[in-house]
Structure formats: C-alpha cells, structure tokens
Design a protein around this ligand. Sequence first.
Ligand code: F0G
Length: 451
Amino acid sequence: MNDNLHQLRCIGCGAQIQGADARPDFRCAICGELFEVEYPGWSQRKGPDRPNPGALKWLWRERRCSSEALDQSGVWRFRELLPILDSFGNAVTLREGNTPLYHLPRSARALGIDQLFAKHQGMNPSGSFKDTGMTSALSVARERGFEWVACASTGNTSASMAAYAARAGLRSLVLIPDGKIAWGKLSQAMDYGAVTCQLKTDFDGCLRLLTQIVLEAPIYLLNSVNPYRLEGQKTPAFEIAEAFDWNVPDHLIVPGGNLGNSSALGKGFRELRELGLIARLPRISVIQAAGANPLVRSITSNGGESLEPVEAHTRATAIRIGNPASWRKAVRAIHETGGWCLDVTEAEIAVAKAEIGAEGLGCEPASAVTLAGLKKLRARGDIGSGETVVLVLTGHTLKDADYTIDFHRGTLLSDDEKAGLEPRIEALRRNAVSMDATADAVLAAMKETAR
Ligand code: F0G
C-alpha cells in the first residue's frame, strides 16, 4: 500500500485524474466543476491493511509531545489522513492548527445551552483559519517546483499565503478588492513581502481575473478552488472530534463566504466516519451575512440545485462574496449532515461580535455570524438546550480593529440598521473616553460604567 496515493475526482461528472494533471484553474476539463482529493486505497483497505482507528488516535495524541516540526503542526500531526505529498519533508509549516476550544459561558447562559464552545481558528500563526489549508496547498506548490503562488482574497487568504510563501522562499502575488479589506490583513501581505495588487473590483472580480492569469503564466493558484487547500482545512474537524474524545458535538456552526471552509469541515467529518474513527456526523450549519447570502437564496429557492450570484455588501468584509466557488461542496456538507443555512443582519453580527469580545476571546466580524446564527437556530427550536454546539471562529479580533472601534464609538451602524437592538448595543458599548489626568476623573469614569 502506498500511503501517498491520491487522485482528484470531479464533483460534477465524477472524472478521476492524477493530481499533476489538474488544469491551473483547478476546473474539470470536461464539465468545469471543481475537484476533490480522494484516496482510493482507503476503500480497498480491508482486514489488516485498514487503518486502525485506535492506533491512529493514540499516534496523533502522542505527536503532541514531539519536538519535530511536522508533529507540532495541528495539520501534519494527522498526516495519515492527508497523504498528498510525495515526501512529507516538503511540508512548509508555521506550527498551524492545535487551536484552542473555549467554553462560552455567558453566551451559553443567555441562550439556555449547557455546552457551547468556540473553536478559535483565529489563533493560527497568521491569525485565521486559512493557515491550515495554506500549509497543505503551498507544500504541494513547493513540491511541484513552482516559483510563484497567487490568490484572490478578501484579506485572510492573502495574509496566510504571503506568510507561507515567504517561509518557503517562493514569490507571492495577491489580488485584493481596492478599499474593501481590513488594514490588518493588508499590512500582513506587505509585511511578508507579497506583490499586492489592489484592483478596482470586488473579490469575485479578483478571482475571475486571477483564473485567467494562471492560464497564461506558471503561477500556482492557492484559492480554495485548489482541492489541496481543503485537505488542510479539514483537520480542525479531527481536532474537534479528538477534543470530544471522538464523540462529536451535535452542531458545528461555520461562517460562509467562498464556502471552502464548510466544505472542508464536512469532508473531514465524513472521512472520519468512513474510516470508523467516529460513529456519526455533527450537523454543519452555514451562516452568511444578509447582504452576501447567495447560498441562503439557493437553498431556500431551489434546495441548493443552482446558485445565482448576488452583488455582495457587508461590513464583514471577509465574507463579502457574491459568487462562491465551492457552493456545491457546501450544499453537500449541509444536506449530508442535516444542518441549516441562514443569514444574519449587520446589527446582529455587530452585537454577536461584541458578545464574543466580552467573553475575553474576540474575533473578526465574519466569525461572529456564527453566534448570531446560533441565536436564530435556538429561537427556531432547531437546537435543543441539551445539545453540544461548536462555533468556528475563523479570524482574530485584531484583523479588523477599525470595525471594533467604530462599534464601540457608536459610529458603525445606521439608525435603521440598529432598529430593535439599541438597548443591547448600548449595553455592550465600551467607548474609550478622554479625560483630565486626575484620580477623580478616572474614578468617575469607573462609576459611570458600573451603572
Ligand atoms: N471567516 C473569515 C475570517 C474569512 O476570512 C473567510 C474567507 C470566511 C470566514 C469564509 O470562509 O470562504 O471558506 O467560506 N475569507 C477568504 C479570504 C475569502 O480571501 O480571505 P469560506
């Protein structure tokens, strides 16, 4: 058995190709759909060759005590389930993954749920979940001898790609929408030395253009249309299952933008079940911003059979995406697991973000859609009080400090947007106040907030 034997399978027409034969835009030459990585050896492993779930669980846990770089990575620690490299020596790692799973006691109490957790993917090296997929796909780029890698991005993919490319000694090209990404993310791409092009278009326009460029020049595309990205991004599913001692939580709630992440987590849990490491799947629900909700529209209007792109508008710039590439894969994850797809307003996102901040964690606006969505699912009765829920927080709070400051200053939302939520917003706001440098002034300010 060759553990590094993988192939790509088209999710549209089922065509199977070798990884090295994929087109530069990762679209199927026959039907234009996306590919996913599959491991034919797994289904053939009957009897003694089938991976032993008990042995894998033991091995993965043991590696946490190892001083080897690959073992310290929360992605490559699980390398038996992502044998995509000819040699694991080619892996480029920044010790991504192994992110914390935090209890959210205040939100749990407010929602009448005992077991509410946040898997904080913002605690990755570049501050977002993208690192788990970047380590895998960029390692493939390096193994295949590319000198240039590229992505279109709302900010986090570019920050992550630039960091990993710099570590690997590769050049990186970033296409981002002009003026519509958070400064923290833009500064990272510059800091890590990417060639950064701010284009007068939106994310969807950036991705369209890059798809043309990679067909003309030898540049390795690192958006989540690249199926190797999802192989790394499936590993938080393994970490979550492991954290619950391989009894998975009832619900996983994920933000939806280009829809790679929900697809990857669905694949991760599916593979764990196929290999006998877990007995059932958590329900995976995807939450979008109301102004950038093409998947919600697709599922409500035609059950996820087709998707009409929308012009996207939301202050949660990370998920300001109207034409998500991986929507078919995400529909599969939602349907297969019995999850839901819904959207939340700008004010609901802002309140949820402040509540996650008040738990001492913080996250970027796009991540907060998870808590806002949970409130709706709970109110509808889709999630019971005794069920276990994990929110996937995708980005660090410092990624978009302007948003946080505007919220606390009271300048983020319009009156119309705030309607009905004013008391909650006022209770959460903690604006910085200027005052005289006297003890009396400071003590008065403390009294003021205690009221
Ligand atoms: N949360 C954050 C913080 C993100 O940066 C993204 C996507 C998402 C959620 C949505 O994940 O696309 O897999 O559904 N950011 C991409 C980027 C598009 O370019 O950084 P998705």
